[in-house]
Design a protein around this ligand. Structure first.
Ligand SMILES: C[S@@+](CC[C@H](N)C(=O)[O-])C[C@H]1O[C@@H](n2cnc3c(N)ncnc32)[C@H](O)[C@@H]1O
Length: 251
């Protein structure tokens, strides 16, 4: 990761560190997505892009999982996020940082932490895609690059999940910056709005939920893939429409 992307990532985490209250609804969806993906007797959870940990209820997750591993590039954000939210069960939680999740060798860097019952990637793919240099974001060059990034990210998820672990991913599909109705529409209208925006090619590049769902399903044909209806993530300056997917790979 270059210095500019690193500075941007740290600043974003600093800017959103105090957003625990605002993220309540988003956190409820993300936490539910993970809990619903857990097998009957789960032991190990891995959270990629844990950052400030404002999007997960760690206490609820710690009741279900014996171990929670938090991975991010920004060690300070994760350390402070964990401290803000959590007390008493620190022995259950392990931080792995700094790790560049988009590095070519991310799988081997993380191989020592083992395999997980659930591996979750929460709104991190968007930041990895955003780190593509501006001049490479045009459609001819950008699309293959984004496809490569997504494939690398899914490979990392499935590698950490081993042959049987579940994979959970949530991503922002569009924001109210470009589509103001994302903030104002009634919740049931968010799905049809995204379908229309997808047809008009107005979703974030590389983050069309239908494309992500298709690629995830291809990783484990015959296994159950669930895609949630979109929900709103109130980010303050803007509202994102977020979709979650979970791939159950148990035999
Ligand atoms: C939008 S935040 C996710 C929300 C965060 N879990 C929270 O509750 O605030 C994305 C996270 O991904 C991390 N991230 C972005 N690109 C990364 C990369 N290439 N490697 C590792 N972490 C990355 C950022 O540091 C940030 O913490």
């Amino acid at each position: 990761m270059n210095e500019e992307s690193l500075a941007k990532l740290r600043q974003r985490n600093l800017d959103s560190a105090g957003e625990w209250k605002r993220y309540a609804e988003h956190r409820r969806h993300c936490t539910r997505l993970i809990l619903d993906a857990a097998p009957v007797k789960p032991t190990r959870l891995c959270l990629l892009g844990a950052g400030n940990c404002n999007d997960v209820e760690l206490t609820a997750l710690a009741k279900k999982f014996a171990e929670i591993h938090l991975v991010d590039f920004d060690k300070e954000a994760v350390t402070k996020g964990l401290k803000r939210q959590f007390s008493g069960l620190q022995g259950k939680i392990m931080i792995h940082a700094p790790v560049d999740l988009d590095a070519e060798d991310a799988i081997s860097q993380l191989s020592a932490i083992g395999k997980f019952d659930v591996v979750a990637s929460l709104c991190v793919l968007s930041q990895i895609i955003d780190a593509i240099p501006e001049q490479q974001k045009n459609k001819e060059e950008g699309l293959p690059l984004i496809h490569q990034i997504r494939t690398r990210h899914f490979d990392l998820l499935t590698s950490l999940a081993g042959p049987q672990g579940s994979v959970v991913i949530a991503n922002e599909a569009v924001s109210s910056d470009t589509e103001p109705s994302v903030a104002t529409c009634e919740a049931p209208m968010l799905g049809p709005t995204l379908v229309q925006l997808a047809l008009e090619q107005k979703l974030f590049m590389g983050l069309n939920p239908a494309v992500i769902a298709g690629e995830l399903q291809a990783l484990a044909p015959g296994h159950t893939l669930k895609t949630t209806p979109p929900w709103k993530w109130d980010f303050g300056a803007r509202t994102y429409a977020v979709c979650g997917h979970s791939l159950n790979r148990q035999a």
